[in-house]
Design a protein around this ligand. Structure first.
Ligand SMILES: [Zn+2]
Length: 236
């Protein structure tokens, strides 16, 4: 019986009749002033602000021991002091990371800007990516490049071969100090002669597809006294 009455009371059918409230009066802000400033409202406000809030604060203070406040204060202080630094560092890191070019290129660009004199070592062509890495069966790296791209020695040296060599196509071989030898293969044109001394600013040739090559790229090898080595160890 009671349940039935309660249900009736809560049923939506009864609500409009019991609370004759227009639908647009949806918040207390819409109440007229005479409702806000009734004596009851003023007394209720006074009690809540001047009694309830200080009382709650006292309860809170007693409930939480003082050392917790100190720890909280320290944490807040350290956050205020440390977080701007951390943020600054992370944003710098992000800025570096967000440079949309690879590290090798950054180095290349930095080298290009700062060095009017020839750099000690350099990439023979601008670094793009490696289409083939160094291995036992491929004794160099393949750097895809645009056809005709200028090719530079990776280091100061002297040309010991410039011409055609089977699968390498047009190739330039340069001898460096300590018996290092570098090779630049599949060139479309050779721009140096045998015995010519070259620096890292001398154009030795142009990228091409001569010999055994599919697509314009530079096949680049470095040989030490011990044999072929991975050029990535020696490039900047
Ligand atoms: Zn290759």
């Amino acid at each position: 019986m009671l349940k039935r009455r309660t249900l009736r009371f809560l049923s939506e059918r009864d609500l409009p009749r019991r609370y004759e409230q227009p639908s647009f009066v949806s918040s207390t802000l819409a109440l007229p002033n005479h409702v806000w400033f009734t004596p009851e409202a003023i007394i209720f406000d006074a009690i809540s602000v001047y009694v309830a809030v200080p009382w709650l604060w006292q309860v809170f203070k007693r409930a939480v021991p003082i050392f917790v406040f100190r720890i909280l204060a320290l944490v807040l202080l350290s956050l205020l002091v440390v977080s701007p630094k951390v943020q600054a560092e992370s944003s710098t890191t992000d800025a570096v990371k967000s440079i949309p070019i690879q590290n090798k290129q950054v180095i290349q660009i930095a080298t290009k800007i700062t060095a009017d004199q020839a750099p000690v070592t350099r990439w023979p062509v601008p670094f793009s990516y490696l289409s083939s890495r160094f291995s036992a069966y491929h004794k160099g790296i393949d750097i895809p490049s645009k056809y005709g791209q200028l090719v530079y020695p990776f280091k100061l040296g002297k040309v010991i071969f410039a011409g055609w060599d089977g699968g390498f196509g047009k190739i330039v071989v340069i001898l460096h100090e300590d018996g290092f030898v570098s090779k630049y293969a599949h060139l479309s044109a050779i721009r140096v002669r045998k015995n010519q001394e070259v620096s890292t600013k001398t154009v030795v040739g142009n990228v091409g597809v001569t010999g055994y090559a599919t697509g314009a790229h530079l096949h680049f090898e470095i040989h030490t006294k011990d044999g072929a080595a991975d050029p990535l160890y020696f490039l900047p």
